[in-house]
Design a protein around this ligand. Sequence first.
Ligand code: XMP
Length: 516
Amino acid sequence: MDDVVHQEKILILDFGSQYTQLIARRVREIGVYCEIFPCNAPTSKIREFNPKGIILSGSPFSVHQRTAPKIPKGVLDAGLPILGICYGMQIITKTLGGTVELSKTREYGHAMLKIDDKSDLFRGLADSEQVWMSHGDRIVKIPNGFTSIAHTDNSPVAAMKNGKGVFTLQFHPEVVHTPNGKTILQNFVKDICGCACNWSMRSFLVYEVERIKEIVGKDKVLLGISGGVDSTVAAAIIHKAIGDQLTCLFIDNGLLRKDEAKKVLKTFKEELHIKVKFKDASDVFLKPLSKVTDPEKKRKIIGRQFINVFREEAKKIGKNVNFLAQGTLYPDVIESVSFRGPSAVIKSHHNVGGLPKVMRMKLLEPFRELFKDEVRTLGLEMKISETLIHRQPFPGPGLAIRIIGAVTKERLEILRNADEIVVDEIKKAGLYREIWQSFAVLLPVKSVGVMGDERTYDNAIAVRAVNSKDAMTADWVRLPGDLLAKISNRIINEVNGVNRVVYDISSKPPGTIEWE
Ligand code: XMP
């Protein structure tokens, strides 16, 4: 197979910075394929990857700490262009004989970069550029052979180079607070490393369709769909590659939003022209949930029932289905090998995680190399509608973790009606796409109200709207008062069983996005 998309690649060595994935996304946006390896990756693996250049990330470590990670052997003398960012700069300095000083005050925030050399890394920039600093240590003596190429008021050496392809930056070019950071990264990957920009979702589509054809051959593939972006785009690309050798299975767990099952089936039929095997398994999920109040128990029950139903339905499809397709994304892959190790599991988000083991099938993961925004672009490339591509995330355990306490059909009905109003009003206000998640939560807390002349004693609905980049942290959205008023009025007037609406003004941390 002609693999142009991976021909010229950049390697990012991760020293544990919170921004490492952002560097990778920026490089991909420029059109160059890159991967992230942990900074303790074996030299042989780095060599085998055969990058055209290497970027060293930042780190929560100081180079003065005893356990501070080192640059893998052979990287600095591989003859490849290198860009050290923040900690990457300091560890290069220390390794090559310069001096890094432990600074008493941390330089954090905006700074004005004064550029002293615009011949390569800073080509096309102004004499003075806004940049984002976040460092404790600073360079006081640069290593032999290096020259400073930019400074700020606080950092006499904010960037340097050695004339042999090694460049360093004290600031973060990957974050939005460095408005022209992308130009710097582009100068590095295109001009200095000489990468052609072959990576785009258009070229990935051609490549991946061929790859799927080759891997699957005449076998059959089973894919569980949820109506979410990842499984929908996965269905589309696999179907494009192998047509009806793909079977899509959609299980209604009874915890979906209003008319969701109907809408998903309609989209697959009318928009994507992909056949779906549908199983309404609501009772299988709702019965064991009826008396359960503990959130983790709810998740476990839903996860277990999902696997049971999936297995049963898969059996009915026949024996010759050898592949199980999954929408695994690149961040999940890196998480499992990350230098910092997988982040602490605060909630067990592994509702379908056990599926591959139980199914004993070969895995087909078309998006193992992609970030979520790339999957979205790929979906648009395949002409999947924007409404679908820009759907907000919805958790696997569905409405079960948005009903505090036991999940019953009556409570589900109330929540569905309230949730639909929240989403509808947010869409009408033109805010749906810019909000990460917006939804209703049912609080089975009875409070007193008056409706007309009557006293009511009913449930409360909490409205939640958060902004986030990756769901790890989130901030509550300052929704306009008029919009909140409209949502509240409509819910109280239109949804039986609700007489009070509250707005959740907690951020994550310390709150979480979902209430359970
Ligand atoms: P929290 O509530 O932990 O949520 O701040 C972070 C993101 O994950 C989603 N979420 C889940 N997704 N299974 C899922 O597939 C789960 O059990 C689950 N719990 C939370 C949540 O909607 C948010 O996007």
